[in-house]
Design a protein around this ligand. Structure first.
Ligand code: ATP
Ligand code: MG
Length: 315
């Protein structure tokens, strides 16, 4: 169980990253990709370990109950560090309780449905954590920067006309509110990378043969649209950070710091939900006692009646 002080410290730590619902975001002005809260990398190692342990505890409790589910959406520009963040932040949790879904260019089947269909199919179940590696937000990011994607979506003419992005923001907000109202908490992280850090990471992918597979020529073409993406991200953050599904802008130039922030955002979400292990009622307790007596009677000669209790005197 996390004490109140820890919960407060996590909340304070992530507060500067949260996009205040209703505020107007200008990424370049408002969020520094190099921010690190005055921390040093070596303090970060210990902190991330603490965060990962906390997440493991909370995920076990989330999995034991059957009311809440959590959806974490991760967005970033190329080389923003989504994969590494997922790998590190989720390193301590039980894989059975987590489902990671990556969204690429939509397939022909996906284009034959409404634009939220493929995301809805990958939502977590109650007790589960779903992670979207890219998410329904691509529908107002890459689709906006490259409108030919919208043409491929086979929409009725009115649905791609003027006001399409405002309408999509509203539809996404409504969808997330529906999920939140029905037990599924949505939390969203944007890994905010600087243009210079992206250049360095691309060059590393080119220079190291074992990283070459991660690089594609398309990455350079997308980089040329940097300013358009910054604008699309700023608009999207302004319109879709809501009290029921807030955005957090995580500084991503330092991977170690980004991972701590992502762990803290997820931990905060779980702490707020406060999932509890189900307790059993009086009747079930009587049945447990009865079963215990029967098992104790089966103890072979010389064996303790209850080996577990014998080892743990407090039971
Ligand atoms: P990596 O970081 O390893 O490169 P990735 O998430 O970039 O992983 P890729 O296969 O390189 O995966 O790229 C997926 C591509 O799919 C991205 O360029 C993204 O913009 C695009 N994409 C995702 N959703 C949509 C969508 N709804 N419409 C069009 N393109 C999309
Ligand atoms: Mg890519």
């Amino acid at each position: 169980m996390t004490d109140r002080r820890t919960a407060e410290r996590i909340a304070e730590f992530i507060e500067p990253l949260r996009v205040e619902p209703g505020s107007r975001v200008d990424l370049a002005e408002d969020f520094d990709p190099r921010y690190k809260a005055g921390m040093k990398k070596r303090d970060g190692v210990e902190l991330l370990r603490t965060g990962v342990e906390l997440l493991a505890d909370y995920q076990a409790r989330l999995a034991a109950q059957d009311t809440w589910g959590v959806l974490l959406c991760l967005q970033a520009l190329d080389a923003g560090g989504k994969d590494g963040t997922i790998r590190h932040v989720m390193s301590g949790v039980n894989p059975q309780g987590v489902q990671v879904s990556s969204f690429k260019v939509p397939s022909a089947e996906e284009l034959d449905h409404d634009y939220l269909w493929r995301y809805a199919r990958r939502l977590p179940e109650r007790g589960g954590i779903g992670i979207f590696n890219r998410s329904h937000y691509e529908e107002v990011l890459v689709v906006r920067v490259h409108p030919e994607n919208l043409d491929r979506q086979k929409l009725p003419a009115e649905a791609k006309g003027p006001g399409v992005w405002e309408r999509r923001y509203r539809e996404i907000n409504d969808w997330e509110r529906y999920l939140a109202d029905n037990g599924f908490k949505v939390v969203k992280i944007f890994l905010n990378l600087s243009k210079e850090a992206q250049r360095t990471r691309f060059l590393k992918r080119i220079d190291l043969p074992e990283k070459n597979w991660k690089f594609s020529a398309a990455d350079i073409r997308e980089r040329e649209r940097w300013d358009d993406y910054q604008e699309a991200f700023s608009d999207m953050l302004s319109a879709t950070s809501t009290p029921w599904a807030p955005w957090y802008v995580v500084p991503a130039d330092r991977k170690w710091f980004a991972r701590i922030c992502a762990a803290a955002v997820l931990a905060h979400t779980l702490v707020e939900l406060d999932p509890r292990y189900p307790t059993v009622g009086a009747e079930a307790r009587r049945a447990l006692k009865d079963a215990k007596r029967r098992l104790e009677r089966e103890a072979p000669g010389g064996a303790p009646r209850d080996p577990y209790a014998a080892k743990h005197h407090d039971r």
